[in-house]
Design a protein around this ligand. Structure first.
Ligand code: ADP
Ligand code: ADP
Length: 227
């Protein structure tokens, strides 16, 4: 049972640069999966394609059996993405950002408010629910984006460098939150990182990407055994 299947994925940007040179991997349902690689390896490009913000040049992406090319709206129901850049309306309040997002998925307002409250509390930003989100710290904005990605209860959560620029204490509490939703809510998680310790702390499976190619794809246990 696969949460995500990527095959032959290629990306050539408009300037001719080939950021992905044909990558293949699959992520099992329930897994906690790291896509590790140095800056420029192609991690954000991969996530951009999965979240249909970046067009692919070739290959296929399937989310819980739904091909993005033929079945995009079904795939999107199952998918929550936390991009690297803050892309919410900075003049909106966190609570409104979450309720608006829930509306895109047809979630009734009362349920949306209930879920928003749950995730804002879980993530420690409930106190900030009614201030303009531009006034939140970077770490708070990051957590708001995680809450937004979870509001429709996706079965697959993908995070692009979720703890970049976050201090160690907050990083640990974000790690704990992600472990909990993986273990207790059964959410399959994929995160990108350029930081082996993060992958080691969290992930059961690791794929390593470099210059647009997958150079390693193995269980964390096996990788650590080799080092
Ligand atoms: P797509 O092929 O997905 O439509 P584009 O290749 O059109 O994307 O990229 C959009 C613009 O962003 C281009 O003008 C591109 O040069 C620019 N750009 C953004 N990031 C980079 C980067 N890291 N290196 C080079 N150009 C970039
Ligand atoms: P990572 O997330 O692993 O740091 P990216 O996927 O952001 O890597 O980038 C992969 C490569 O593609 C980099 O060399 C980057 O400069 C290049 N790139 C990213 N966006 C564009 C763009 N719009 N146009 C041209 N090149 C790009």
């Amino acid at each position: 049972n696969d949460a995500l299947v990527i095959s032959g994925l290629t990306k050539r940007y408009a300037n001719g640069f080939e950021a992905l040179k044909g990558i293949d991997f699959r992520v099992q349902q329930g897994d906690f999966f790291a896509l590790l690689g140095p800056n420029g390896a192609g991690k954000s490009t991969t996530i951009g394609i999965i979240s249909s913000l970046v067009t692919k040049s070739a290959g296929t992406v399937t989310v819980f059996g739904h091909d993005l090319d033929t079945d995009l709206s079904q795939a999107k129901q199952h998918l929550g993405v936390v991009p690297q850049e803050f892309n919410f309306n900075q003049f909106e309040k966190p609570i409104d950002i979450l309720v608006t997002q829930a509306g895109y998925y047809g979630i009734p307002r009362a349920l949306a408010r209930e879920r928003a409250e749950y995730y804002l509390k879980k993530l420690g930003i409930w106190d900030k629910r009614a201030v303009q989100s531009r006034l939140l710290s970077g770490g708070m904005k990051r957590r708001l984006m995680i809450a937004r990605a979870l509001i429709h209860k996706p079965k697959l959560l993908i995070l692009d460098e979720p703890t970049a620029g976050v201090d160690i204490e907050l990083r640990r509490s974000m790690w704990q939150f992600l472990r909990e939703i993986n273990a207790n809510e059964g959410v399959t998680i994929i995160l990108t990182t350029h930081y082996l310790e993060e992958a080691e702390q969290l992930c059961r499976h690791i794929a390593i990407i470099d210059k647009g190619r997958l150079v390693q794809n193995t269980s964390m246990k096996q990788l650590l055994g080799q080092l």
